[in-house]
Design a protein around this ligand. Structure first.
Ligand code: TXA
Ligand code: MG
Length: 343
């Protein structure tokens, strides 16, 4: 298969819009940027097209897809029993990085929900994502645009590395603004429940609903509510050592380890304040400690860089769970297989 690549300005051309619609309406696949991470999209009403996504990604069949919409009228085709709470959250956070889980309608094929009776829906705010969905005239089911198990793609280069000539079209939207996947919130439970933390935080949701909500994202279940919770994610080839402690202790520990062993295949991923104090050969500076937005947007780029450099041992330190920190720590814990070294 030959992949066509479009730039942002191409989406203003009628021929590009026609091509996008044609590809999606005939069961093809399009990679598109969103404000969180890149998605690999198909017509949500075409089970064969959705099936292709699973094949291309190597994704387990029991992990359902998020349906992306560009207009609220599409929500009523997909979901039922939409509560007052859900309407409040939609008004507050859509378009944006919040995915809501609803009871599904019969129109939603079982392939994309992995035979669950619920469906995940979100309306992305990225203008290119909106233009793409609008052009196709259908809801788009899309997981993150990466080979299953790798970190989600937040750069065009990463999408290309994983999916070039495996999809019909890739839209180049540059670096993803947020860089972590959307918050997934289950609206079918008596109390709304976070299944995956993202940049729309628990506090932001509680502030709109004026009541406490639940957060299941930190628990590993026998039978997880969100199938995606049970799979290892974001796993680079090297071993991750996640270090937890006061910043001075982290620096001391790192320098002690690096004194013992400072080969080319050892790297440190850390905040700027730490990078200035350690003597590693390979350092990936994520950004200033208090700038969690920058840290979040660089995290998957850092993890992918480790494989490019053939790093065998990766040291990363923990981050405070304030604001975006909860989402950052969720991804780091998964990447590290939930092993933490206290210092
Ligand atoms: O930001 C995002 O959400 C990105 C962009 C492309 O929109 N998409 C994304 O998709 O991260 P994916 O497939 O990598 O993650 C979707 C998560 C998975 O953990 C999946 O198990 C969960 O949402 N999910 C989807 N449908 C669900 C459902 N009906 N019930 C519970 N969890 C669901
Ligand atoms: Mg994913």
């Amino acid at each position: 298969m030959k992949t066509t690549i479009y730039q942002a300005e191409d989406l203003l051309k009628p021929n590009t819009i026609k091509h996008l619609k044609e590809v999606i309406q005939t069961g093809g696949l399009v990679v598109f940027p969103t404000e969180t991470v890149y998605g690999i999209g198909a017509n949500a009403y075409n089970p064969d097209a959705a099936h292709k996504i699973y094949q291309v990604k190597g994704r387990p069949q029991d992990n359902p897809l998020i349906v992306h919409i560009d207009h609220l009228h599409q929500l009523n085709e997909l979901a039922q029993a939409i509560s007052q709470d859900a309407h409040r959250l939609i008004q507050a956070f859509w378009p944006g990085p919040l995915t809501l889980i609803f009871d599904k309608t019969d129109k939603v094929p079982d392939t994309i929900t992995s035979h669950l009776n619920t469906v995940a829906v979100r309306m992305p705010s990225n203008p290119l994502a909106q233009m793409f969905i609008h052009a196709t005239e259908t809801p788009i089911c899309a997981p993150s645009a990466n080979i299953s198990g790798k970190p989600s793609s937040t750069l065009f280069e990463h999408v290309k590395m994983d999916l070039y000539n495996k999809v019909d079209i890739i839209i180049d939207g540059g670096k993803s603004t947020i860089g972590l996947e959307s918050t997934v919130l289950d609206m079918t439970t008596p109390t709304p429940t976070i299944l995956r933390p993202g940049s729309i935080t628990k506090a932001m949701i509680e502030n709109i609903l004026q009541k406490p909500i639940d957060d299941l994202s930190e628990m590993i279940h026998e039978s997880p509510k969100s199938p995606g919770m049970k799979y290892t994610h974001y796993k680079p080839q090297g071993d991750i050592i996640l270090i937890d402690g006061a910043i001075e202790n982290v620096i001391k520990y790192l320098n002690k380890q690096l004194k013992k062993n400072n080969n080319d295949d050892i790297a440190v991923i850390c905040a700027h304040e730490v990078s200035e104090q350690i003597h590693a050969k390979q350092v990936f500076d994520l950004g200033a400690l208090n700038d969690t937005e920058t840290i979040a947007s660089n995290l998957f780029i850092a993890l992918r860089a480790m494989d490019d450099m053939n790093i065998k041992t990766i040291y990363i330190h923990t981050f405070s769970k304030d604001h975006l920190g909860s989402a950052i720590m969720n991804r780091l814990l998964k990447a590290a297989g939930y092993r933490v070294q206290s210092v």
